[in-house]
Design a protein around this ligand. Structure first.
Ligand code: HEM
Length: 355
């Protein structure tokens, strides 16, 4: 089906759907034809702030904004977080080692990225429980939670403006390109983007990897016996059960793609999850191969919007999963578990995973 009809128009939603590897790669990276701009900010809520963040901006503005945030979010700064991530993973696993069981989502994969991002942003630990609520509110479009989150960050940004610290928010306030700083709306948008883009995705990378191991126990045995296979296992998990299944664009002009003409202004959904199973790019695409090479998956996107947090997500996953392999020698999903998928077209994961 993917090979025969790589591009279709879904008549119920009016959305153009792109399924093949080449098409998805083009939609994600050809920003002249497929725009990420979603209209102007309208209100005081988090969703409006997101629309003035890098993920919803096209070049040339995108390049300037990205240069500003990259200054405060460099691979070197990310690597420096490793010892703290090791500590956090350790604390979370001590709890489960005592009990002999845990919900891999709620007790481990969810708290880890939230705490890491909260610490990077310099958010007081007392406020962390509110994070999931707010992040869910932005994802589901709940306006009151979204406004609450925007107000919280607004106050925090003002505090850091007057009393800067070593945190990312202070770094973002100070960052400049050609004498220009981020404006308050853009600062807010970036903070919220980090929370929304970085948390559920990383949670699902961890959870989906355990599910890959459950489906392919031999792959788990191989990586247990040879820990050098962990980096390629993580890349294969990103390909095989991509945490972000689809990304949205708008056709900026009439575009020819996969034998179809997508008219200007049409909404377009690039199916990353499908592209990552395209046989034309990945031999035996339906097989979870922990040593797959090359593995040019599109799980972090492609081109100018390539995931800014990919080094952090990879670092967290390698530390967390290495500790899981080391310390949970009898890791297995509890028998009779009924998996409940997260109801979303964009993210792929399950709500609970008792192990
Ligand atoms: C962009 C996936 C983790 C921050 C993206 C994009 C994808 C993606 C597919 C491209 C969006 C587009 O083309 O429109 C993922 C996955 C993750 C992950 C699968 C975890 C496994 C993170 C983390 C952070 C982060 C941990 C930050 C802490 C961002 C940002 C962008 C982005 C800021 C926008 C970049 C831009 O527009 O220039 N991510 N992400 N992501 N991601 Fe991630």
């Amino acid at each position: 089906q993917r090979a025969e009809q790589p591009v279709i128009r879904d008549s119920s939603s009016g959305m153009w759907m792109v399924f093949d590897y080449d098409g998805v790669q083009r939609v994600l990276s050809d920003w002249k034809a497929f725009s990420s701009q979603r209209g102007r900010p309208r209100g005081e809520d988090a969703a409006s702030a997101l629309s003035s963040s890098i993920i919803s901006t096209d070049p040339p503005r995108h390049r300037q904004l990205r240069a500003l945030v990259e200054q405060a979010f460099t691979p070197r700064q990310v690597r420096a977080l490793a010892p703290r991530i090791v500590e956090l993973v350790d604390e979370l696993l001590v709890q489960v080692e005592r009990a002999g069981r845990m919900d891999f989502v709620l007790d481990f994969a969810y708290p880890l990225p939230v705490i890491v991002i909260a610490e990077i942003l310099g958010i007081p630990s007392a406020d962390r429980d509110a994070f999931k609520r707010w992040s869910d509110a932005v994802v589901t479009g709940n306006p009151s939670g979204s406004r609450e989150m925007a107000a919280y960050f607004g106050t925090l940004i003002e505090q850091r403006r007057h009393a800067p610290g070593e945190d990312l928010i202070s770094g973002l306030i100070a960052a400049q390109v050609e004498g220009e700083h981020l404006n308050p709306q853009e600062l807010l948008g970036f903070c919220i983007l980090l929370l929304v883009a970085g948390n559920e995705t990383t949670t699902n990378l961890l959870v989906n990897t355990v599910r890959c191991w459950q489906d392919a126990p031999d792959a788990l045995e191989r990586v247990r016996a040879d820990r050098t296979l962990l980096p390629s296992t993580i890349e294969e998990s990103l390909r095989y059960r991509s945490p972000v299944q689809s990304m949205y664009r708008v056709a900026a002009q009439d575009v020819e793609l996969g034998g179809q003409t997508i008219p200007a202004l049409s909404p377009v959904l690039a199916w990353i999850g499908s592209a990552n199973r395209d046989e034309a790019q990945f031999p035996d695409a339906g097989l979870f191969d922990p040593a797959r090479a090359p593995n040019r998956h599109l799980a972090f996107g492609h081109g100018v919007h390539f995931c800014l947090g990919a080094p952090l997500a990879r670092l967290e996953a390698s530390i967390a999963l290495d500790a899981v392999l080391e310390r949970l020698p009898n890791l297995r999903v509890a028998p009779d578990t009924v998996l409940e998928p997260i109801p979303s077209q964009i993210v792929s994961g399950v709500k609970r995973l008792p192990i």
